[in-house]
Design a protein around this ligand. Structure first.
Ligand SMILES: Nc1ncnc2c1ncn2[C@@H]1O[C@H](COP(=O)(O)OP(=O)(O)O)[C@@H](O)[C@H]1O
Ligand SMILES: [Mg+2]
Length: 237
């Protein structure tokens, strides 16, 4: 059974969005999927309520209230964790997961906060690589906004490549992560598709393919990493 957790002390970075999209992706692959929602705001549970009956079923557990008992036949447990989880609560939660995905928004403040959070999790929470694998995903990265377009043309005029600039936003985080051997697996753009899918109890993988081709491409490295041994803790000897 794969146990994947979406985690970050900051709210609004995409924990619930990544939870519901991963869950619907695996469900569409015919896997038995459970969402354990540890956030009493219950956004993942609300999404499940909106999910149409004719879609592959996903079970939900209100984990902030009920104990997490999943059927043995479960293939994937996706855990959505509330913002503001720190200290012993954080350590206890992380120990439930084999794999932790940390979505990070592309602002300097969010990136600094994420670095602090990862530091806390690994060093204070004594989370070790043998027990839990961690990866970072950049989320809501703006593409093709008019500001970006005009900036891009100014920068191009100065022979500076825009994508280099975008990479530089994350550069410090990347350096910090590579020291810790934590992969920065992918960048997901800011896209209406997430909002459209979310409102209907769906994931982007359920939308019209031509509409989401680019988003799905951005998910591939994450899905591949999750499928690989690299995202699994070492087996206990
Ligand atoms: N890649 C994205 N593109 C557009 N909107 C997004 C994206 N990721 C998240 N959102 C939106 O941002 C808001 C916060 O995301 P959410 O997943 O609820 O964050 P968290 O669970 O970490 O608090 C939601 O309204 C969500 O629909
Ligand atoms: Mg949430």
């Amino acid at each position: 059974m794969r146990k994947i957790m979406l985690l970050n002390a900051k709210g609004g970075c995409g924990k619930s969005t990544l939870t519901t999209n991963l869950a619907s992706y695996y469900a569409a692959q015919g896997k038995a999927v459970v969402i354990a929602d540890f956030d009493r705001q219950g956004s993942s549970m609300e999404w499940l309520e909106a999910r149409p009956q004719d879609r592959p079923p996903i079970r939900g557990i209100a984990a902030w209230r009920d104990s997490v008992r999943v059927p043995r036949s479960t293939d994937y447990v996706i855990m959505d964790v509330p913002a503001g989880t720190h200290g012993p609560d954080l350590t206890a939660l992380v120990r439930r997961a084999q794999t932790v995905i940390i979505p990070v928004l592309p602002s300097p403040t969010d990136i600094r906060a994420a670095a602090h959070f990862i530091h806390e999790m690994l060093l204070v929470g004594k989370i070790v690589r043998d027990e839990t694998r961690v990866a970072v995903v950049a989320n809501r990265v703006r593409e093709n906004s008019s500001i970006q377009n005009s900036m891009e043309s100014v920068l191009n005029g100065m022979n500076i490549n825009f994508s280099t600039l975008n990479t530089q936003i994350y550069h410090n985080l990347e350096r910090f992560l590579s020291r810790l051997k934590i992969p920065f697996v992918t960048t997901l753009r800011e896209s209406q598709n997430y909002l459209v899918a979310d409102a209907r109890g769906l994931g982007i993988f359920d939308l019209n393919r031509s509409q989401v081709t680019h988003d799905i491409e951005q998910w591939r490295p994450l899905l591949k990493w999750l499928d690989s041994k690299r995202s699994m803790p070492n087996p206990v000897n």
